[in-house]
Design a protein around this ligand. Structure first.
Ligand code: ATP
Ligand code: MG
Length: 216
């Protein structure tokens, strides 16, 4: 049995904000591993600017080398079409019925949870870990939390690590963290304008983007 975090996203490209999210989660919750799951075509985004999934997978794989518990999953990337979290979760549950799953999302993404397919079932079948993002503190979730009524709300402290018995499915974990103010949108804009992206992505990802001339 493993406690597995599921970190979905377009990762177009993966950046140091994503890695900080995963680091905060692995340091503050007793998860065994975090699967980064690049989506094939993002459900809520137009696909024009999205580079092919093989590039996004490779960049995430490079980024995941920074921590032994971080790994990339091709569960969504390999299936052409839109990826819905509920479908992904059930697929992963079938392949690892013993595992307990935790979706990891930034506050901006969780604010839109009610637009996700079968979100009410999703919220019951796994737990969510919501990590703050600059401009979107945990307080911004108040209204949505009132509407979705999670089974339990847990706020792990900066130092204390939560005990495993507290990890019931249907829980909502709220993590106020200081993640850097970086977005993939900003990185794509900088690359288009010929500006450097040093310090925004891991060095290996920067070299990969340079090598394949992505986002030009
Ligand atoms: P884009 O600008 O293309 O939307 P992004 O930087 O938001 O890219 P995504 O792939 O959309 O990255 O995000 C994947 C997940 O990571 C989402 O849950 C998002 O909220 C979270 N996330 C991304 N960047 C940060 C950040 N700097 N701090 C906290 N969470 C983040
Ligand atoms: Mg985004």
């Amino acid at each position: 049995m493993a406690l597995t975090g599921l970190f979905g996203g377009t990762f177009n490209p993966v950046h140091l904000g994503h890695l900080k999210v995963a680091e905060e989660v692995i340091n503050r919750l007793p998860l065994d591993r975090i699967l980064f799951i690049p989506s094939y075509i993002p459900p809520h985004k137009d696909s024009v600017e999205v580079v092919p999934v093989r590039h996004r997978l490779k960049m995430v794989e490079i980024a995941c080398r920074s921590h032994p518990a971080f790994m990339v999953s091709e569960v969504e990337a390999r299936r052409p079409g839109r990826s819905y979290s509920i479908v992904t979760l059930r697929k992963l549950k079938r392949s690892r019925p013993e595992d307990q799953f935790f979706f990891i999302v930034g506050t901006d993404a969780f604010l839109e949870i009610e637009t996700w397919k079968d979100y009410d079932q999703l919220l019951r079948e796994c737990s969510f870990i919501v990590v703050s993002r600059p401009g979107f503190g945990i307080k911004s979730l108040q209204k949505v939390i009132e509407r979705i009524k999670p089974a339990a709300i847990l706020v792990p402290g900066r130092r204390s690590v939560l005990k495993t018995e507290k990890l019931l499915p249907g829980s909502l974990f709220l993590l106020e963290a200081s993640t850097p103010d970086i977005s993939s949108t900003e990185i794509r804009k900088r690359l288009k304008a010929g500006l450097p992206i040093t310090g925004l992505v891991p060095p290996g990802v920067e070299r990969y983007i340079e090598k394949y001339k992505l986002y030009r």
